[in-house]
Design a protein around this ligand. Structure first.
Ligand SMILES: Cc1ncc(COP(=O)(O)O)c(C=O)c1O
Length: 384
């Protein structure tokens, strides 16, 4: 029996998709499921998104797209990260779409698709200021001119990505969106029309209606989070994941003794500690050592000592906590809650990293589905 689990509330997952739909007025959705569905189990969340009729699933890597295909997903999938030339065959064989960010790849994919008498479908990615993926705006027309008479390449989308849409005061998103708008209109004036024009991530969905275009690409919002808690409230999102474990051992530690590796904690009195079987190998960052709290029986308790690879310790002195009690690392218990933002902030990170970093060893358990999916095919294929 798995002790540490990430409980996935599918009712809230569906609710969040609905909230995004309300915000954008029912235009097509590309649901981001990269990085194991931001840690929520990609095959299972993808199945739910498909039953809710999302237009596309979005992943970072071709291997992630292939995993979806191998597990029976037949819908549209867009790979965001620029691929290698040798990936062309996988894109063709599995009918997966690519985001074009470099001319080399456009040429290599066109050549391979022609040799195989196949068609590769892609989206023209334009870099409007983030400087990670995409063509410079000035090159967009040349790319489209190159592909226009090439029947083996079919460009159905025009896209960009916003770097700062979570910080409206910076207004950099406005600059990016006007650069994107310029590219879009110059391409349209040259006769290039795209079925899918997309720019908005979750924060863009919440903050920039003009960024919605004809499709949006929510990721973090579907999982009930946002770059900030205020933005999550704005969209009325509900957290999807609860991370929990159980007390596996209760120990007495005499005053003056050390607790854990490297002797980072000294008992200031006779103490009772609970040992919880979750560590940094499960995705609990070691830099939280001695600095985070957990919930047991609806009460907050302090962690003590360095987080180990597989376990951490909690001060439960003067409580009635016993072996087997549930421990919530983030989520609700009784009337108390530790949200993912708290843990993200304490670990100098962002909510994305806290859920995406939860490793394969932690079972995902789905609640409110007609059947309880545990150990989804994704987990099994990766554990074996
Ligand atoms: C290209 C692209 N679109 C959309 C998203 C989704 O962003 P978010 O999770 O902030 O909604 C990401 C995630 O980083 C992305 O890389």
């Amino acid at each position: 029996m798995a002790i540490t689990i990430a409980e996935i509330n599918t009712r809230n997952l569906r609710h969040n998709l609905q909230m995004v739909r309300q915000q954008v007025g029912n235009i097509p959705i590309l649901a981001m499921v990269k990085a194991n569905g931001y840690g929520h189990s990609v095959i299972d969340v993808s199945r739910i998104f498909r039953t809710e009729k999302v237009e596309y699933l979005g992943v970072a890597l071709i291997t992630e797209a292939k995993l979806l295909r191998d597990n029976g997903d037949n819908g549209k999938i867009l790979v965001m990260v620029s691929p290698e030339p040798t990936d062309a065959d996988t894109f063709i064989d599995s009918n997966i779409e690519t985001a074009f960010s470099s001319f080399d790849i456009v040429q290599a994919f066109e050549q391979r698709a022609r040799e195989r008498d196949a068609v590769i479908t892609g989206h023209l990615y334009v870099d409007t200021g983030m400087h990670r993926d995409g063509f410079p705006p000035k090159d967009a027309l040349a790319v489209m001119d190159y592909v226009k008479d090439k029947p083996n390449i079919n460009v159905v989308g025009l896209m960009t990505h916003l770097a700062t849409s979570d910080s409206p005061e910076i207004d950099f998103a406005d600059k990016q969106l006007s650069a994107f708008e310029k590219v879009r209109s110059s391409l349209e004036n040259a006769g290039f029309h795209f079925k899918y024009i997309h720019a908005a991530n979750s924060a863009g969905i919440a903050n920039y209606p003009k960024a919605h275009y004809s499709m949006v690409r929510p990721g973090i919002s579907l999982y009930g989070m946002m770059p900030t808690k205020q933005l999550a409230n704005k969209l009325n999102l509900k957290p999807v994941m609860t991370l929990k474990s159980r007390v596996m051992l209760v120990l007495n530690v005499p005053k003056g003794d050390f607790i854990g590796y490297s002797q980072t904690y000294t008992a200031q009195r006779d103490m009772v500690i609970a040992v919880v079987p979750m560590g940094y190998a499960d995705g609990l960052p070691r830099n939280l050592s001695n600095r985070f709290q957990v919930l047991i029986n609806g009460t907050r308790y302090n962690s003590v000592g360095s987080i180990c690879m597989d376990e951490f310790m909690v001060d439960i002195t003067d409580s009635d906590v016993k072996r087997g009690d549930e421990v919530v690392i983030f989520g609700k218990q009784g009337n108390e809650e530790i949200d993912v933002y708290e843990l993200a902030e304490l670990s100098y990170s962002i909510p994305y990293e806290r859920t995406a970093a939860i490793s394969q060893r932690v079972n995902r358990e789905f609640i409110y589905e007609s059947h309880r999916i545990t150990n989804s095919k994704f987990n099994i294929t990766h554990i074996m």
